[in-house]
Write a protein that binds this ligand. Structure first.
Ligand code: KIV
Length: 275
């Protein structure tokens, strides 16, 4: 089982870290079976599972619910839970309580977007036994301040600020950090200058690891998908074909199949509560 200390060990050994987001029991079991290093129960769940327009509607309750589902499908998986919009901005005690709720739900660590305003919370969590993953570059929880989801760190001043923040996250005790939508050259600079692993999304090849939103790479996301999110499967089409076949068979009286053998072969599926 890949654990939080393994992040640093992987960077030191030059072994790339593979992460994906995960929100449900079935996908968690498949990801554990496939040998993923770690999963993020990201606040992207609000968009790709709940259909909301941004991640700002994610709540601690929502993330907790999905962490419980993921943990029950993958008991041995390394799980990082996202601290949702404003959950880190209600004072130290509230931030600690929120992170504690995610750990109690089954996460091994939490992820916090941005550095500014988190200088007290991060060491308090780390000191209290909660590993923290940082997140720099594009910060989707700030979409309303930023005015959209465009690439960050393109000019020298912003790039330097992101490098400084990366060093500070390491100093404050983060075990790794996500770098989202920044130029590949900037990600390479951070990867070389900080001692903790960088996990890139839309940040090029130099990062110590990569993460994608599972629904995007599976071809399940209905709306906009960023260009960097390679589609490994057209799950929408495969699901549609299976659903269409089922609908047709029901309408034609072909499902369920008639006869004794068919009943014996059918059994009860994992999700069925009918004997
Ligand atoms: O919530 C999320 O899915 C994320 C990833 C994009 C890193 O934060």
């Amino acid at each position: 089982m890949f654990t939080i200390p393994d992040f640093k060990a992987a960077k030191e050994a030059g072994r790339r870290i593979a992460m994906l987001t995960c929100y449900d029991v079935s996908t968690a079991a498949i990801l554990q079976d496939a040998g993923i290093d770690a999963v993020l129960v990201g606040d992207s769940v609000a968009m790709v599972v709940h259909g909301h327009p941004s991640t700002t509607t994610a709540t601690i309750d929502m993330i907790e619910t999905h962490i419980r589902a993921v943990r029950s499908g993958a008991p041995d998986l390394c799980v990082v839970g996202d601290m949702p919009f404003l959950s880190t901005r209600r004072g130290l005690a509230a931030g600690v309580d929120a992170a504690g709720a995610l750990i109690r739900a089954g996460a091994n660590a939490v992820k916090i977007e941005g550095l500014s305003g988190h200088e007290e919370l991060i060491p308090a969590l780390v000191g209290g036994g909660v590993p923290v993953m940082g997140h720099l570059g594009l910060l989707p929880q700030s979409v309303n301040v930023l005015g959209g989801y465009s690439k960050r760190g393109k000019d020298v001043d912003e790039a330097d600020r992101i490098v400084q923040d990366a060093r500070e996250l390491e100093r404050l005790g983060c075990f790794a950090m996500v770098l989202e939508c920044i130029p590949a050259k900037l990600a390479a600079r951070i990867q070389a200058e900080v001692g903790i692993p960088t996990i890139g999304i839309g940040a090029g090849l130099a990062c110590d690891g990569q993460i994608l939103v599972s629904n995007d790479m599976l071809g399940l996301t209905a709306g906009y998908v960023p260009a960097f999110a390679k589609r490994y499967l057209n799950a929408h089409e495969l699901f549609r074909q299976a659903f269409t076949e089922y609908i047709e068979e029901v309408r034609q009286g072909e499902f369920p199949p008639a006869g004794k053998a068919a009943v014996a072969a059918g059994g009860t599926a994992g999700g069925s509560n009918q004997a």
